[in-house]
Design a protein around this ligand. Structure first.
Ligand code: G3H
Ligand code: 13P
Ligand code: ZN
Length: 338
């Protein structure tokens, strides 16, 4: 069932679980995610980056997601814009029927970020769409924006974490629905040189300055060694990878206000490992169904593992009941004029 993230986060905040937000780029990835959610009776956020909109053509992606909504009425689904950077993109996403958008002004100065975010909130809320914003700077991709290398970022990480007092001001002046926080996670497969420790003390402080505000963790792939080994065994070359340990993510969603956990890299790894394995072990194979099919199965298994880790397995029915009880109409935003 299509909905905003609000009923998901209401229950996640109170119930000690996190909703997985998985990036979709094509049919097999989307099908793998939704099948896993159906098997685990879990909600999911299908998130679409600017790159995905361009790669797949949003009209195609939207129809794949429409099919998910029709085929899986018992899975709570939100469609989310990942790392939206302009108001024009936010407006386009709302017109395309997204139920949630991220406006990422974290690379701008504080006042600019507030203005951009507050404007996005006004536009989105008028259409019944919820808004995630970001404060602080994650590693992996975002440091490129300000010309830092990954090593410099890791050495000075404290400086880039979300400031709890700024978060208080930001929340009060923007009216956002959720906040992506920098607490030591990082995008991509090469996140850290050393085993990371998430800044739980920071999360605790942000929960105090922004009571009840659902928090979001980007860059939350764990980069499991077995998939890297499989990739490297079958012709890949990915030395020096490192992710966020799953125990730390499990702790963030169970004990703290982290309600949304973004995972893209681990799905890419699962898919790539399986395709490489098929190509290496069956050199005569040339039917795409025989490598994309196993890749899709690998996504199902990977997402099931994540849903269990996030403690969101089994929460689908309660979320749907909560959504209906709130009397929220199904978002009538598909094609809305903004
Ligand atoms: O945080 C970024 C996501 O992994 C999406 O990546 O921009 O390559 O689609 P992308
Ligand atoms: P990973 O690269 O850790 O999967 O993070 C994805 C993400 O944050 C998408 O916004
Ligand atoms: Zn991200």
């Amino acid at each position: 069932m299509l909905m905003t993230t609000k009923p998901m986060f209401d229950l996640a905040y109170a119930g000690g679980f996190g909703v997985g937000a998985f990036n979709v780029n094509n049919m097999e990835i989307t099908q793998g995610i939704i099948e896993a959610c159906a098997k685990e009776k879990s909600p999911c956020i299908l998130q679409i980056s600017k790159g995905a909109r361009k790669y797949a053509n949003i009209r195609f992606l939207r129809r794949i997601i429409d099919a998910c909504v029709e085929e899986y009425p018992n899975v709570p689904i939100a469609i989310h814009c990942d790392h939206g950077d302009t108001l024009d993109l936010i407006k386009a996403c709302i017109a395309d029927g997204y139920t949630s958008v991220m406006i990422d002004g974290s690379h701008h100065d504080f006042e600019h970020n507030i203005k951009l975010t507050a404007d996005a909130v006004k536009i989105a809320h008028a259409a019944g769409v919820v808004v995630e914003a970001e404060l602080g700077m994650l590693g992996g991709i975002e440091e490129d924006v300000v010309g830092l290398d990954a090593h410099e970022y890791e050495k000075n990480v404290e400086k880039f974490l979300t400031d709890p007092e700024q978060a208080r001001d930001f929340y009060a002046r923007t009216n956002i629905d959720s906040l992506a926080v920098a607490i030591g996670t990082s995008h991509g497969a090469f996140k850290f040189k050393h085993e990371p420790k998430l800044a739980f003390d920071r999360i605790e402080k942000i929960m105090k300055t922004c009571p009840g505000l659902p928090l979001v963790m980007h860059g939350s792939s764990s980069v499991p060694k077995e998939f890297i080994d499989l990739i490297n065994k079958h012709g890949g070359n990915m030395p020096g990878t490192m992710g966020v340990p799953e125990e730390q993510i499990a702790k963030a969603v169970r004990q703290y206000g982290v309600c949304k956990v973004n995972i893209d890299t681990d799905l890419r790894l699962a898919m790539t490992a399986k395709i490489r394995e098929v190509f290496a072990t069956k050199p005569t194979e040339f039917d795409p169904r025989n490598y994309l099919g196993p890749a899709r199965d690998a996504i199902v298994t990977m997402v099931q593992r994540k849903l269990q880790m996030l403690n969101s397995a089994g929460k689908a029915d309660a979320i749907i009941a909560h959504w209906k009880k709130q009397g929220e109409p199904m978002p009538e935003v598909y094609g809305a004029k903004v």
